[in-house]
Design a protein around this ligand. Structure first.
Ligand SMILES: Nc1ncnc2c1ncn2[C@@H]1O[C@H](COP(=O)(O)OP(=O)(O)O)[C@@H](O)[C@H]1O
Ligand SMILES: [Mg+2]
Length: 332
């Protein structure tokens, strides 16, 4: 626990008990995740991985929406799972704001969108009265290229997907958060708006010192916008480090495989290789050793028996026995 750290995720696990054919089996959606973001060093940190790799589960634990099975999350030195009293919980909600994939889910279709913005400004004590709230709401909307008059008295379905997503971002900004957790925020908007939202994230970081956890399965946009990246595979962070290093010289065989599927990082090109978890045998998920072993061209007998650990190499962490001559625990 350290106050100089904005967020510290320590050995975080989430196990779900699943039903169906493998009824009662355990599915480890997030497995011993570790990551640190520093205070005073705003950055865009990407969490990437194919569908079902555990990105949303990790994000929801950091947001305090679901409880970890074990491990810790510290935000500015405070254990997120043990926030005390209303005051601490409100403080955390103000500081760490979510942006979700489907903006329409964030809004009740029968409620006018500006209501949410006013509620946020008033309930969090950002504005003392409706007049003050109106200025704050307008300012937040202007920062995303909208204005209060444009959304005033409108219901979500009367706005475009892009306008609703920008309204969601504006709402998140009203509390002046230090950390935004954006779970696939641009996957449902068109290409031009996607770039303008990502550029806006960059501006939030550089001009307002906001750190962002950007969740995506699109490596091209990750390359375009982020400083660091963590690649997830079946609940494990298999590689974590500076974006440039990880995407131009991937070390983990899984990262290498992902990058083979896009010719080169290019903001206009989408990474379209998506493997749905439904296609993967749950048994395989529960196998011993490295979860990637049976798809890995370098796998040895050891990979099927032992679980790989983090190795620090070339400024990043890699969970692979290929590099296991240098075992260290790091705070990268
Ligand atoms: N509430 C839940 N109950 C059971 N399994 C879940 C639940 N939430 C997520 N999972 C499973 O955990 C795994 C990781 O899911 P998720 O975090 O949503 O991945 P991602 O966001 O990377 O697509 C998946 O296998 C998913 O089916
Ligand atoms: Mg998800």
């Amino acid at each position: 626990m350290d106050k100089n750290k904005l967020i510290e995720v320590k050995d975080l696990n989430k196990t779900f008990i699943i039903g169906g054919r493998f009824f009662g089996s355990k599915l480890v959606a997030v497995n011993k995740a570790n990551l640190v973001m520093q205070q005073g060093k705003p950055e865009i940190f990407t969490l990437a991985g194919e569908s079902g790799s555990g990105k949303t589960t990790l994000a929801r634990m950091i947001l305090g929406i679901i409880e970890p099975t074990s491990g810790h999350i510290y935000y500015k030195g405070k254990d997120v799972t043990r926030l005390r009293g209303k005051k601490e919980r409100e403080w955390f909600k103000k500081e760490v704001q979510p942006i979700f994939q489907n903006p329409f889910e964030a809004f009740n279709p029968l409620k006018r969108v500006e209501t949410y913005l006013f509620e946020t400004a008033l309930n969090f004590g950002i504005a003392k009265n409706k007049n003050e709230a109106s200025d704050i709401v307008d300012e937040a909307l202007k920062s995303v290229g909208l204005s209060l008059s444009e959304v005033y008295q409108r219901y979500p379905h009367e706005l475009s997907g892009g306008q609703v997503q920008r309204t969601c971002i504006a709402r998140a900004l009203i509390t002046r958060p230090s950390l935004l957790i954006a779970d696939e925020p641009v996957s449902m908007v068109d290409a031009s708006l996607r770039m303008s939202i990502l550029n806006f994230f960059h501006k939030l970081k550089t001009d307002y010192g906001v750190s962002i956890i950007y969740i995506t399965h699109d490596l091209a946009t990750a390359y375009y916008v982020s400083d660091r990246i963590a690649i997830m595979y079946r609940g494990y962070i298999v590689e974590l480090g500076p974006i440039e290093k990880v995407l131009t010289n991937p070390l983990h065989p899984y990262t290498q495989l992902l990058l083979d599927s896009i010719p080169k990082p290019d903001p206009d090109r989408r990474w379209n290789k998506r493997i749905k978890l439904a296609d993967i045998e749950v048994k395989e998920y529960m196998a011993l050793g490295c979860k990637f072993a049976n798809r890995c061209k370098y796998a040895t007998e050891r990979c099927f028996k032992e679980e790989p650990y983090d190795v620090e190499i070339d400024g990043r962490k890699v969970k692979c026995f290929l590099y296991s001559d240098k075992e260290v625990s790091t705070t990268l």
